[in-house]
Design a protein around this ligand. Structure first.
Ligand code: PEP
Ligand code: MN
Length: 349
């Protein structure tokens, strides 16, 4: 951290800051220029809030040298992390292909969607059992019954599963069934929930909040890492824009930005980013071309009957087409799609 003093700062004010820094067990290196005086502070910045020095009389500015998302930062961990979800790798050259319906509706329907998604190249099955809906009157999900179905169908097709948890009191329940825990956009800054999933060892899919900055996203990842769970995959799923043509604004530039700042894998979710089936394939390909470590797409075999997000679902044949194109772009970049376990359902990967 560097503390810069105002040009008129008195010796008493500078001495006061030095004493405060040293009282925190840190070293202060004073440097007096012709116009400005500054202090270089050496020591563990996690022991205090650098911003607090901003308000001390005589101080003009405080600059952090290390990012506050220390564990998530690439400086702390130059090598890209590879996260394993039930044997499927994401990151470090491996592309995660997450697909499935927005909500789990029945075993029969999920079975049909999972079989088709896997045959098309998906390697992780998604489905919501606890749905975060804007209206309390909308479908809220099947709850534990849905988790059982997801587990059973995932196993049948040899696919690891990912599902959302919204309530810190249900982390233990969801953890028991799933291979990966999803934190949805609406809960990206639910710090109690982040702490709870950080206490588990399950891979976490952390979706970017619709109004969250990239640093906000990395700070939320830090909550999970700080509890000792290193298995975090980030997800760009669109942010609020002013144009109502699409559901959200797909921030494709977030992918290389996050990869510059962090070692954690980042995938894209063009389904929630655009909300439109015609925009999902081009945005999926743009995401992979920009370096994304995976693609999350909602697939449904009868979108008009879907209980949630039907209008944005791709049909299995549409998913198959884009999945084939994603594979080609990935290969062009020297990346691979991690294999799944043999299916017990007679479908081929
Ligand atoms: C979802 O994955 O179904 C979902 C609700 O996503 P998000 O949190 O990104 O809106
Ligand atoms: Mn959805």
């Amino acid at each position: 951290m560097i503390i810069i003093f105002k040009s008129g700062a008195t010796d008493e004010q500078i001495d006061h800051v030095i004493k405060r820094v040293e009282a925190l067990g840190l070293q202060a290196h004073l440097s007096r220029g012709t116009f400005r005086t500054l202090i270089g502070v050496i020591g563990d910045e996690s022991l205090f809030q650098p911003e607090h020095f901003q308000a001390v009389p005589g101080v003009a500015d405080v600059i952090r040298v290390l990012p506050s998302y220390k564990l998530a930062s690439r400086e702390a961990h130059p090598q890209s992390s590879v996260i394993e979800v039930g044997g499927v790798k994401i990151g470090g050259g491996y592309i995660g292909m997450i697909a499935g319906p927005c909500a789990i509706e029945s075993a029969e329907r999920l079975d049909a969607i999972a079989g088709a998604a896997r045959a098309a190249g998906a390697n992780i099955l998604r489905g919501g059992a606890f749905k975060p809906r804007t209206s309390p009157y909308s479908y809220q999900g099947m709850g534990e019954e849905g988790l059982k179905i997801l587990r059973e169908i995932g196993d049948k097709h040899g696919m690891p599963i990912v599902t959302e948890v919204m309530d810190p009191r249900r982390v233990e329940l969801v953890e028991r069934y799933t291979d990966m825990i999803q934190i949805g956009a609406r809960n990206m800054q639910n710090f109690v929930l982040l702490t709870e999933v950080g206490n588990t060892n399950k891979p976490v899919l952390l979706k970017r909040g619709m109004s969250a900055t990239i640093v906000d996203l990395l700070m939320s990842a830090e909550y999970i890492l700080a509890r000792g769970n290193p298995n975090v995959v980030l997800c760009e799923r669109g942010i609020k824009g002013f144009d109502t043509q699409a559901r959200n604004l797909f921030d494709v530039a977030a992918v290389p930005q996050v990869q510059g700042l962090s070692h954690l894998p980042i995938i894209v979710d063009p389904s929630h980013a655009t909300g439109r089936p015609d925009l999902i394939p081009p945005c999926a390909l743009a995401g992979v071309a920009a370096g994304a470590d995976g693609v999350h797409i909602e697939v449904h075999n009868c979108p008009e009957e879907a209980m949630s997000d039907g209008p944005q679902a791709l049909l299995p044949e549409q998913y198959a087409e884009v999945a084939g194109q994603i594979k080609k772009v990935a290969e062009l970049l020297g990346k691979k799609i991690s294999n799944v376990a043999p299916s017990k359902a007679g479908t081929s990967a």
